[in-house]
Design a protein around this ligand. Sequence first.
Ligand SMILES: Cc1cc2nc3c(=O)[nH]c(=O)nc-3n(C[C@H](O)[C@H](O)[C@H](O)COP(=O)(O)OP(=O)(O)OC[C@H]3O[C@@H](n4cnc5c(N)ncnc54)[C@H](O)[C@@H]3O)c2cc1C
Length: 493
Amino acid sequence: MIGQELSETGKRLFRDFPILRMLWESGRKKGIRETIALIEKAEEFNRTFAVPRALELDMRMEREPEYFDWEIMRRACKYRFLSIFIPRQLGGVAGEFMVTNTSLLMDELCSGCSGIALAVGAHSLGVAPLITSGALAHWDTVLKEIVEGELKEQPVTMAYAITEPSAGTDVEEPEYLEKARLSLEAKKVKGGYVLNGRKCFISDGSEAKYFTVCAALDRNRPLQTWTTFLVERGMEGFSTPRVELKMGQRASHAAELLFEDVFVPDSHVLGYEGDGMGNGILMIMAASRGPVGSIATGIARGALQHFLAWARTKRNGKRPIDEDRIRMNLADMWGMVQENRGLYMSNAMLGDAIFGKALDNPIMNLTLGLPSSLRTMPLMRNFLNSYYGKAMINAILRYYLKDEDMTQLLETASLAKFSCADNAMELCSRALSIMGPEDSEERRWVEKCYRDAKLTQIYEGTNQLNRLVVNNIRFEETLRVEVPRPFKKGVMA
Ligand SMILES: Cc1cc2nc3c(=O)[nH]c(=O)nc-3n(C[C@H](O)[C@H](O)[C@H](O)COP(=O)(O)OP(=O)(O)OC[C@H]3O[C@@H](n4cnc5c(N)ncnc54)[C@H](O)[C@@H]3O)c2cc1C
């Protein structure tokens, strides 16, 4: 019965992810149909666009790291991948399985080319703090602009900036932020803040129009004063002077952001002063480290497909797959992919259970159901940006997002992140060792996957840090995510 209703993609997904079949059978057909349709789009994106150009683009960006292929973002618009995290009420495509769909999408896209996929996915990382901070005043402007641009295939994108030249791991964990040596500082002035300093390694940093940026208001008290800002390209004194030469995932840029007396108005603080670690980082990491696990899984699956093609090809009259040792390795590799999927899906489904309620509840639906012209009226905008407006949104968030839930989400996210990344490295490394030094197209693919996989051990917190996060939540109970409390006073008051 199921077979007749499902496309080939649906059948593949049900075979690989029995949990999706279970949801379908238990009455969530509408949501699962959307998931299948999304993955069909990702398959088409890979088949018609990403895969045919991935190797060439990877080589070109080694020679010309500054080059960026804007066609990536235009195609992402065509398939509406830029609004995967934007609520439907605002014209986006985020539905009941927002986090699960994001994870499955990244797995699929990364099986084609994770560099191209990262250029698409890092944008949603930039969008996430706007959503989790409940910055309603910017939903009708920034998020609407992204959706409108997407519909016209004129990409408007975002990036997320926390890393600084001498503080990478340090800004990802409260204990280390306390002692971090920071470069960027935001000084309070009349009507806003003036930002000076640098951020580095920011994915999509040289392309994005909007940035969610964390900065200390006082570098001597970083943890207490860590605050999230919305920064716009074009603000005076803001520039993105350079990009890195990357070892992997080269199709997306990692850029430096330079702030020279950049004035950011009060209205552009997301959440409250001092919310940066709770709202600005830990909540984002709880939602984004799982998808990094799925990025690693997609890379591993891509490598496995190329290894399988290699193993099925005759060499000197023999096919490698006819040897038991190769067949056992293939089974091991598939085991690693499926182990990864179990881990990132646990995180994704928990994420949907938590965020689903926060985004789809009577108060939110009522607020988002109002005509946007009403919400964008100066009086309303001023209220939403005011202390009491923010307190109202924070009260809703606190009602639905509980510290215990967000802490559990962070634990599952970190576990998925480091396990999937390590499995991806192990899989690619094993495939390369078996293939040996021959020069074939399949080997070139696996070598690219190896370089791509390495980066998943580094970003969204290194694997070492993520191991400590799991330990600190599960065994020592010293780490806890604190959802911002309503009616919080400014920390510099
Ligand atoms: C491709 C790419 C894309 C990125 N995109 C973004 C982005 O979009 N936005 C953004 O803000 N950042 C981004 N980053 C930055 C990334 O998050 C950092 O590189 C990462 O957090 C590590 O920081 P670091 O490079 O400063 O290394 P360091 O923090 O200097 O770490 C160096 C080594 O020391 C280990 N180490 C450090 N402290 C500890 C400790 N206390 N205990 C145990 N081990 C420790 C680390 O695990 C690592 O092995 C990106 C990085 C890369 C490579």
